[in-house]
Design a protein around this ligand. Sequence first.
Ligand code: PLP
Length: 464
Amino acid sequence: MSLRNLPSVDRLLAQASDVIQAYGRPLTTQALRDVLAEARAQARGAAGNEHLVAPLPDAGELLARARARLAALRTARLRPVINATGVILHTNLGRAPLAASALAQIEAAARGYSTLEYDLAAGERGQRSAQAEALLVRLTGAEAALVVNNNAAAVLLALTALAQGRAVLIARGQLVEIGGGFRVPDVLKQSGARLVEVGTTNRTHLQDYASALDEQVAVVLRAHHSNFKIIGFATEPSLAELCSLGRPVVDDLGSGALLDTAAYGLVHEPTVQESLAAGAGLVCFSGDKLLGGPQAGLIVGRRALVDQLRRHPLARAVRPDKLCLAALHATLLHYARDEATREIPVWRMLAAPLDGLARRAQAWAAELAPNAAVAGARVSVTAGESTVGGGSLPGETLPTWLLALEVAAPNTFAARLRAQPAPVVARVAGDRVLLDPRTVAEAEAPAMLDSLRAVLLEYRTNEP
Ligand SMILES: *Cc1c(COP(=O)(O)O)cnc(C)c1O
């Protein structure tokens, strides 16, 4: 056997009419070249031997490999999944699902032209994001607002515009890393501001800030601890105390609620309004965490500071796109109309009454009982906990009712659930697979039950 026994690209192409039909000639040719190169490399082995260390694939095998490559190319990377984990703001699963009105506005803005930067009455250029910013001002009581691409960009822009070449004070206990590589010290470095850490890991006093204050200090930064919690012997000055230092305070709230989470049996997550009332110069927060909107960074605060950010060249590089602004405006309108807990999915999930969750889990259990019995699985409904996620309310949980499937090899079961045409992401605890109705929309339940039935059926016919 030698490499010359491999078929040529042309010979393979002659047998690949179905593939060419599906993917076109250029892509098919490229895929065949790739699988041939791979086969040559495999046959030669790691050392690149002249005589072959592995058998050569035949034409049928090569065509099958090319087909698989092309199919993978066509499968969308971004697939809808059903989130049965009970983590409401699951960053890996795309954080906040959007309100129906936000989806409608995205569609309308995407389909044709829009007034993105156009003033219809004047017939001339208008300001991008003016409507969303006006609503933010109205909802929070701030003097001015600015929308950027995400909250990491908001913090970077704020520090760059206000403190580049100068110093920023921050408590040592707030030098946090949140998910996805956002580290407060690195963002500070990137902004060109010098970081001045004050206090200790667990305790920082106003006096620590006061003694570090000199004319180099342009900004005091406060960062929400996000997804971790310091418990025990710990203290930090209040925001109002920080504001008494006489420098603009930039408050990175992270999630930044507009509504009071305490109304839903959770601890109180600091609200944007409270930060402003305490005197923060700028408050930065995410659009797709507790706000329940699209990915965005929202900045509200004093007009002079917001304008300084707006005029900075970096603002242009981190500006939001029209789809984001369309969805953000629609989301904010629900707050303005006082219907957020009815219309915004994140708040609907937070506010979901416990008896309703129990009823849904019981209905699922009843539907699946026959399939489970055949598969030798036990279905039940059990009390459990949902979490908020998204860097808000660390350690806080909401009581819920879970559908529990006691199966052999629960991790295999969960993996097969994820492999269904309608993938379902569930939790595994001990010998049970757990599904939380809190994060599964009513409209998703039939598809979720289909996926569960399909996996139960596989379990019956094909022991794990
Ligand atoms: C989530 C978070 C960010 C980053 O927000 P993105 O919108 O994901 O860029 C920054 N700071 C804090 C404290 C956060 O919790």
